[in-house]
Every structure is written in C-alpha cells, then in structure tokens.
Write a protein that binds this ligand. Sequence first.
Ligand SMILES: [Ca+2]
Length: 321
Amino acid sequence: MAVPLVIDTDTAQDDCVALLVGLLDPVADLRAVTMVAGNVGFDQQVRNAHLTLNVAGGRSDVPVYLGCRRPLVREWVSAENVHGDGSGGLSMDQDGLEPRAEHAVDALVRMAAENPGELSIVAIGPLTNIAAAVVRDPDFARNVRSLYVMGGSNNGRGNITAAAEFNFYVDPEAAKAVFAAGFDVTVVPWDPLTLRQAVFGQDRLDRIAALDTPLSRFFTRICAATLDFDRRVGIDGTTHPDSLTAAVLLHPELVRSVSPYHVDVETAGELTRGYSAMSWGVHGLEPNARVVEEIDADGFFEYLLSLLSRDIRPPRDVIGL
Ligand SMILES: [Ca+2]
C-alpha cells in the first residue's frame, strides 16, 4: 500500500535526491512539497524543487507550498559554502511553474487534519514549518501519523559547528518545540549514522555515473559542489542524510538498528547552540523519539541506484544536463 507523505525541505543537493525518492518510488504517495528556509536562498530552493519535479518527469501533480522564510527567532544562516546554489549549476525555464497560494504551514495543518493518522512528514530542513504548525493547530502532532526528521547528531560530531548539525543549529527553538510536541518521531542523525553509512565514495559515484540516464546525470551534477566541500573537510564522498530519511520511511527494512531516546535541543548554550542531547534511557527521561543507529548501507545505495537507473526524460529542457 502506498505511503502518503509530505516532504518539508530546504531544497539543495541531497534534498533533491530525497524529492526523487518521494517522486519515483512506487511505494510513495507524495502529496506535497513544503519549503522552509535553510540551505540556500529561499527562492533558489523553490527553483531547485521545481527543477527536481521536472527531472522526475514533470510532476505538476505534486503541489509546492511556500513556508517560513526565516527561523522562528534567529537570523537565517545559509549553507551556500557547502552546496553552492544547490542545483549544480543546472537551470531551466521556470515560466508558469507557480507554487500554490496557500502557506505551507496552513497546508500541513489542513492535510494532516483531513485524514487524521494517515499522513507522514519527512522533515529534512530546519524544523520551522513543523513548529509553526504545532502552534497553529494543537491537534497537528496527533493528526500526523509519523514524523521523520533529519537532524542532530547522536552524541557525535556536528557539521556547522563542533556541537551542532545544520538543521537544528539554524532553528534550535523550532527543533526543541517539535521534540516536545508529542509526535511519533524517527530521527536520522548526522553523526554517526550518516557519516558512517550514508556516504557515497568514488566507486559508488562511478556506478551512478555509468547509468548515464538524465536522472543519474542530475544526481552527479547536484552533488558535485558538496563532494568538493566534503573532500576538503575529510569526508570521502557525497553525504545523503535527507534521501536516507525518506527511504527509511518508505522501506523500514533498510533499518538494522533503531532505539528509543529522549531528544532535546540546546537553545541557550554559549558553544552548543543547536546541540541535540540524545538521552538513551538511563537519565530518568521518557523517550520521545526513535533514533536510527544502523542501516543496510549497501541496500540503501542499491535502492537509490535502481531509482536513478530509470530512463525518465524531463519535459522541460534542463541546461547543463
Ligand atoms: Ca535538507
């Protein structure tokens, strides 16, 4: 049976791959894409989302809603130093590609309320929209079937600072509110999970390039800037936390180990803004999330490889593809 989901995204690089997962996997019933401030400029993120919908075959059936253009309290912080513009320099004519008029937060609240207990959300950017939806509708957390969050590290390294992963760092107040809201939450953390098991080294990147489909060329292009950055900081390949988050919702068999944790997020620390404290059950705190600890890494790669092998032609010409 298809899984109804919304992807809440700051679309750049691996967010695009996560959208491809939602768009191409036959198990997925992608109801909407909601946009949140994060990786790169907001309007560029929207262009990247439309570009990805086009590369997936021109999916005008999937509505795009614009959400919060800045974090709840803080100034927006970008990751353009990591991702460039997040599109790999690809572009296309975007005439006539309009987001819906409804605000993403209202759309999330509405879709969850229309079918309580049915909709899953894959949140792969800062959690601003999700926190705003919690404030907007006290029933929102209860109406959502499951929330899959890419964010934080499980007592491990950050990426934007030593302590913090980008999504939680950018909007720590939102992340804190979301973990207190009562969702059924599954977390895909940056370290150790992503760094150990969702990095594609040169051999895997070569296998993707060898497919030579429009989808595989798209993948290679959008990941190129991040690959350069990763190599400069000692990560030997491209990182795929966002696409992994979508994949584990649709294919729980990819998860080899997951454990209950109490997750909370630092908002006041001098050095630790956005740090995720993941308490493993010995500190007297009730679990409020499941944290993925180990996946079938080969299975995840083969899964993406198989999606990218499909010969789908973008209806609009993509310059550079
Ligand atoms: Ca993201």
